[in-house]
Design a protein around this ligand. Sequence first.
Ligand code: NDP
Length: 450
Amino acid sequence: MTLTVVNPATEETIAELEPAGIDEVDEAVARARDAFAAWRAVGVSDRARLLRRLASLVEEHADELARIESENVGKPIAGARAEVAMVGNVFHFYAGAVDKHHGETIPVDGGVDLTFREPLGVCGLIVPWNFPLNIASWKLGPALACGNTVVLKPAELTPLSALRLAELVLEAGIPEGVVNVVAGPGRVVGQRLVEHPDVAKIAFTGSTEVGASVMRGAAETVKRVTLELGGKSANVVFADADLERAAAAAPYAVFDNAGQDCCARSRILVERSAWDRFVELLVDSTSRVRVGDPADEATEMGPLISAQHRETVASYANGNVVFRGNAPDGPGFWFPCTLVEATNADRVAREEVFGPVAALIPFGDEAEAIRLANDTPYGLSGSIWTRDGARALRVARGIDSGVLSVNSNSSVRVATPFGGFKQSGFGRELGMHALESYSEVKNVFVSTEA
Ligand code: NDP
């Protein structure tokens, strides 16, 4: 059986690989297990130096990596380049973090009490197709900084950038066996990683449904698990906001990466008194989103990942459609930007669409805005647009989400914690917080009695 990798913008085959199966996972885990003792013993300066070298190699190969990512995911090249720049920054950050995540001494009777941060062992990193290299780096950086070895499983649809990264890892001088990549189907390769007795932790990003099955599977061997799952985030626009600015930004809060983004603010909640004006501005700004060839520097939105996914997305783009944009005819899995007026009870407002379809929902006052924003099983991100600073903080504290922004749509920064509430998962990636879930606290008491 061959794993055929397709460019979603052209439907052309760009690679054919021999997919990994259970044997390859077992071999990769064995290699990672064998490499663990030596890797955890590498001194902090050397470990940091190796991560810095990896960061530099990513920067040196930025154009190549961005092109791979753009062709394999259908991402606009300018966005792909920004993502690869973040990957370099992530490795630089964790190079700097190697000697800054440490234990403490605790005052106790009769001796000295020390805590140590120990690595966990072999970590299984399961990564989705929407941000393949970025999300891989968010897991690899802290895992390696803490002294773990890893088996990285990219999504079957988008394995190419992870395979190239594995070559750069070796070129950086990180020893063989520390980073292993297995490209194969999730239900075989991913599941084996989850069940493997020698894997200490699974860091998973993907759907809530598979995340729940990862949790169940990991329970058998009491693995550590972190889950970064789906979202149905709200973009809350108050009437006192800079409506022009909010409307100019809103399309990119949901249509970036063709809406295939767990942080997509796919529910746009608008205060009723500003509804007409805001919708008019939003339709105008959405009509300007440049959809087309991902290789074109000016393109802002590419195709969806697959024909099957396009069918799913299309099932949400109905009802009271306020705006439907243009998209190329094909080949390619294109889908137009679509705005649908809805209530929070409608399917388009309840389920993660993972495509360029946004639900527009009116609200009456601040209390209703918070209630609607929280009326979802998810809790990943969200935005609040208002000129009233106190209100911004009240609403931010009131929304049960892991990552909120005020008068901005950005969710992800290298140095700040990223992760969800509720069914959006648990555990934090990025920043110093990520190091917590790739290490175990060990306590050592030393008696000082004579
Ligand atoms: P999945 O959750 O199926 O895939 C995510 C990762 O998990 C992939 O590497 C996949 O491998 C792997 N996987 C699949 N099944 C298993 C399993 N049984 N055990 C272990 N690993 C497994 O997401 P989909 O790609 O199917 O996307 C479906 C929906 O999930 C999207 O439409 C979106 O709503 C949501 N999603 C959310 C993401 C996020 O960023 N939070 C990312 C991706 C999807 P493989 O692809 O090779 O099968």
